[in-house]
Structure formats: C-alpha cells, structure tokens
Design a protein around this ligand. Structure first.
Ligand SMILES: O=C(O)c1ccccc1NCC(=O)[C@H](O)[C@H](O)COP(=O)(O)O
Length: 271
C-alpha cells in the first residue's frame, strides 16, 4: 500500500468517527458556517497579486517534522503581511500534524485572505466541516476520487459558497477528472508515490488546462526563477509550504521570495 492509500484508509475511519462526535446539523449551526466565503479565484487574478498560496505545514510524509515551533496565527499573519495572495492550512492530523483548530486560528488572524482547507476530502461531511471552520475553498485530489465524485463534491461546495481546487498530477487525471464545476486547477509537481518533485510536470500540463481556470503549480517550489518559468507557462498561483516552513520565520522567507521575484521582473523591464 502506498502512502496515499494509507492516508485515505485512515481518513475514512477518522471521518466516520468524527460524524459521531459532531453531527452535520451541529456543524451547520456553528457561527462560521454563516460567514460569506472569500474568492481565491479573484484574489489570484487581482492585478499585482503575488500569486503565492502560503502553506502552514508542520510535518509531511516525505519530510517528517518540518517545523513544530511556530504558531499558526503568527505564521499565517506573517505570510499575509509579506504579501501572500491566499493561505493553505493542512487539517490532517496523523500525517501532517494539522487540525481543524489550526484553520480556525488562521481564519481569526486573517479575516480578509482566502484560506484553503488542505485535506484529503473523501466525504461530503468534510465539505460542510470546511465551511464551519472558516475555509473559503477546498481541495479535491483527482487520484483519491472518481470523476463523478469530483462533480458532486464541487456542487456541494458551490452550494455552500466555497470554491474548488482540483489537483491533478498527469495528463490522464486531467482528461478524466477536469469538469467545468471546479474553479481552480492545481498541478502537483510531487509524485505522491515516489515523492520526487519536478516543475516540468506543471510546464508540460499547462497548455492542456483551459485559460478559464486559474492554474496553480503545487509543491517543490523554492526559487523565484522557477516561479518566473511557471508564470511564463501560464500559472497564476504557486502553492508553497516547506520552503517557508523550514525556516525560523516563514513570513520573512516569503518576503524574501517576493523581493527576488520583483527584482527579476524589474531587471527584465530595464532590459
Ligand atoms: O508533502 C508531502 O509529503 C505529501 C505527501 C503525500 C500527500 C501530499 C503531500 N503534500 C501535500 C501538499 O499538497 C503540499 O503540502 C503542498 O503542495 C506544498 O508542497 P511543498 O511546497 O513542497 O511543501
């Protein structure tokens, strides 16, 4: 069994248990459930947007502990001060050390920035839960869902006012799972079986994704030069976790990356 299969197996048990702890009806009565979600699509297309979706990630199956010393409220607020367009908060506990409480704290600290609930969604309950903890958009991973589930879960999310980021890793997943019901398409540069990251995956798939979707390149991004290559390939969003989180001050690391991006584009303008 590969790691993704193990994550999904565990997630099914976790979700069934969680339903017995907090009913869907109770989730719908939470104060954040009635909040009007923000649009990640609009934030990433806004002129002058950095395009960076900065992730709060304590640990991962590929890297183990990345950073368990920083607080979610301070880190995400630091990301927003540095210029993050959106935030990503992992809520999976067993494999990533995240919680729903993390997302609620990030929400409280950053009322005006779209936040994605980064988790492995395999049940409509988790979409209702995403709304109830203050998320603005959700992730649907093609390799964990059927095309019919992507369609159905996107409709559920839209009925709740949430946007949907569909994640694919190759041409086959794109061909089988891309539907007009999703808002953003993410290409994961990380092969979830080998954990190898390669930004060529994003470059290769870009022309196959219609321009009506906001295109997001995910994972393994470290350098301003790579982001520039991806911008030229048509990407408007860049999901980055480890590069920032492995430092003592993730917000400062984002600020430095944005400064480098600005300096590269100014040099091009002068030439
Ligand atoms: O990060 C992992 O090791 C991982 C393993 C299995 C499934 C998903 C995984 N990552 C989730 C993500 O989507 C990344 O956290 C996100 O794209 C940011 O990646 P990075 O900038 O490389 O931390």
């Amino acid at each position: 069994m590969d790691v993704l299969e193990r994550i999904i197996e565990r997630k099914r048990i976790e979700v069934e248990h969680q339903k017995t702890v907090v009913s869907q009806r109770e989730l719908e009565q939470r104060p954040l459930f009635n909040r009007q979600p923000l649009s990640a699509h609009a934030a990433l297309r806004r002129p002058g947007s950095s395009g960076i979706i900065a992730e709060f990630k304590r640990k991962s199956p590929s890297k183990g502990i990345i950073n368990d010393q920083v607080s979610v409220a301070e880190t995400t607020a630091g990301y927003v001060r540095a210029g993050a367009a959106c935030l990503s908060v992992l809520t999976d506990e067993p494999f990533f050390g995240g919680t729903s409480a993390d997302l609620m704290l990030a929400r409280e600290a950053n009322p005006a920035t779209p936040i994605i609930r980064k988790d492995f969604i395999i049940d409509p309950y988790q979409i209702v839960e995403a709304k109830a903890i203050g998320a603005d958009f959700i992730l649907l991973i093609a390799s964990c869902l059927t095309p019919e589930e992507v369609e159905k879960y996107s409709q559920i999310a839209h009925n709740l006012g949430l946007e949907v980021l569909l994640e694919v890793h190759d041409e086959q997943e794109l061909a089988s799972h891309l539907t007009q019901t999703v808002d953003l398409v993410g290409v994961n540069n990380r092969n979830l079986k080998t954990f190898v990251t390669d930004i060529e995956t994003s470059v290769r798939l870009s022309s196959l994704i219609p321009a009506s979707f906001v295109k997001i390149s995910e994972s393994g991004l470290q350098q301003a030069e790579s982001i520039q290559v991806l911008q030229q390939a048509g990407y408007q969003g860049f999901l980055i976790g480890e590069t920032f989180m492995k430092t003592a001050d993730p917000g400062l690391a984002l600020q430095q990356l944005i400064n480098e991006l600005n300096s590269i584009s100014q040099k091009q303008y002068i030439v």
